[in-house]
Design a protein around this ligand. Structure first.
Ligand code: BES
Ligand code: MN
Ligand code: ZN
Length: 506
């Protein structure tokens, strides 16, 4: 879907020729003498339209309005959250018709709240997105272009550019997360990273089993050894600032399928374990957005990718392996594999002398029990980092919730046979998993996002959400702003972006 930003007054919007016009109607809308204002006033007066967020009333070929269809949607107090609900409902109302181009009117909302434009653009993409890759007869989406109509450009332009970049990242994350495991093997994921490596300021390096053996990543190797499909370790770099600038490292869990291994999972809903690489997908998506926006900062992306399979070579419960850090691990449950691949990559991350390390993982079912699908679990050994991530999550409508890391939670990880066990009891499972990871993150500011509940939806609407790309990008752009406030929006940006686009097409 293409997006365009345009300044349009209320009167001008009435003469805008388009297939559909979606107007967001806030509580106490301003009155006007144009046809659209009159229509909205009439609809409200009759009681057929309410301003509660998401309430929809549609009209067809209205005199005085050039658009073929008019969709009026209540947006309440016009908060970003309500804008997301309203745009979702408005776009949803267009799904069944043949509209190819829509104008989305944000210009009746008065001064836009911060995050309003982002919420609108993300909601458009959300409603329009359909997965097609493994369908033989995919009908192309009808709606091709959305024009965002606002009162004044200068304020909205930057928010708009960032939102369009964000959406590219979210869509890439969803695409790879949604692909079935046989269409998203570690090698294919590495291929996606190599594609990103063609974009401006991005480099991709791919390591295989031999290199991982050399690095002595005994925990990562233990998980991968049960599968015929070879592991891949993806190292991405986005270099947007001076070499001397310490990078933020993002680590994405990339288990392309999690059977549980010898500690095998029950059959029901096991298919959903194709989503066990959503952390990896969110890192790929974030890099896609960075390529688009070219902010002045350095970011490293690390993805341990492999399958967790049972087999005659598979690691067995009770096996003890030596991690890259030198710590030995008793693998009591082969289904607690995420922490095993992550712990070696946390050790690897130290070589970048990072400003911060954030791992993103569909790590525990316990986190789904604790927080459901609303907030991701956040664990951190650093107050400032935790605070920044919470703020980024709230403002990007991709929220997380801080969880504890008291040392008492680590009691259950003690064992007689190694330095640490990979599981504790059932109680506090999301926290004990984080306590395990924390042992490998002592040397830097570290945060762990457990996205097991937020990265995908089950049931009829089964599919990836693209979370937490919005949170990560908001955090990173905030870091760029603190690092180089005067250059955060550089003039060179648009020319670099053109270069990026040209490179992407090549
Ligand atoms: N990938 C799963 C976590 C998961 C489970 C995410 C269900 C979403 C829904 C992870 O590898 C896993 O299997 N974790 C175990 C840990 C347990 C063995 C300590 C779990 O959560 O059951
Ligand atoms: Mn598992
Ligand atoms: Zn897993």
């Amino acid at each position: 879907m293409d997006f365009e930003l345009k300044t349009l007054t209320r009167t001008l919007i009435c003469s805008e020729k388009t297939d559909a016009l979606i107007v967001l109607v806030p509580d106490n809308p301003a009155s006007g003498s144009d046809a659209l204002s009159a229509l909205v006033a009439l609809a409200l007066k009759s009681g057929d339209l309410e301003t509660k967020a998401g309430k929809v009333l549609s009209a067809y070929r209205v005199p005085g309005i050039a658009a073929t269809r008019v969709v009026m949607v209540g947006v309440g107090d016009a908060s970003p959250k309500n804008i997301r609900t309203a745009v979702g409902a408005g776009m949803g109302a267009l799904k069944a018709c043949n509209a190819q181009r829509a104008v989305l009117g944000l210009n009746a909302l008065g001064a836009l709240q911060p995050g309003a434009v982002r919420a609108a653009v993300v909601a458009c993409s959300e409603t329009a997105y359909t997965y097609t890759t493994t369908k033989s007869k995919a009908a192309p989406a009808k709606l091709q272009r959305v024009v965002l109509a606002v009162d004044g450009l200068p304020f909205a332009q930057e928010a708009f550019d960032r939102a369009v970049g964000l959406v590219k990242g979210i869509e890439l994350a969803k695409e790879w997360a949604n692909r079935p495991a046989n269409h998203a093997t570690p090698t294919l994921l590495a291929g996606a990273a190599k594609e990103l490596g063609k974009l401006s300021r991005i480099k991709a390096e791919i390591l295989g089993p031999k290199e991982i053996e050399k690095l002595a990543m005994g925990a990562f190797l233990a998980v991968a050894q049960g599968a015929a499909e070879p592991l891949r370790f993806i190292v991405l770099r986005y270099d947007g600032a001076a070499k001397s600038e310490a990078p933020v490292v993002l680590i994405g869990k990339g288990i392309t399928f999690d059977t549980g291994g010898i500690s095998i999972k029950p059959a029901a809903e096991m298919d959903e374990m194709k989503f066990d690489m959503c952390g990896a997908a969110s890192v790929l998506g974030t890099f896609r957005a960075l390529a688009e926006l070219q902010p002045p900062l350095n970011v490293v992306g690390l993805i341990p990718a492999c399958e967790n399979m049972p087999g005659d070579r598979a690691v067995k419960p009770g096996d003890v392996v030596t991690s890259m850090s030198g710590q030995t691990i008793e693998i009591l449950n082969t289904d607690a594999e995420g922490r095993l691949v992550l712990c070696d990559v946390l050790t690897y991350a130290a070589r970048f002398k990072p400003k911060a390390v954030i791992d993103i993982a569909t790590l525990t079912g316990a986190c789904v029990v604790a927080l459901g699908g609303v907030r991701s679990g956040l664990f951190s050994n650093n107050e400032a980092l935790a605070e920044s991530l919470i703020k980024a999550g709230d403002s990007s409508l991709d929220p997380c919730w801080r969880m504890p890391l008291d040392d008492e939670y680590a009691e259950g990880l003690k064992t007689n046979f190694a330095d640490v066990a990979n599981v504790a009891g059932r109680a506090g499972g999301a926290v004990t998993a984080a306590k395990f990871l924390q042992r490998f993150a002592a040397d830097f500011a570290w945060a762990h996002l457990d996205i097991a509940g937020t990265a995908w939806k089950g049931g009829a609407a089964k599919g990836a959400t693209g979370r937490p790309v919005a949170l990560l990008l908001d955090y990173l752009l905030g870091q760029a702003a603190t690092a180089e406030p005067e250059k955060a929006v550089s003039k060179a940006k648009s020319s670099r972006r053109r270069a990026t686009a040209a490179k992407a097409q090549a």
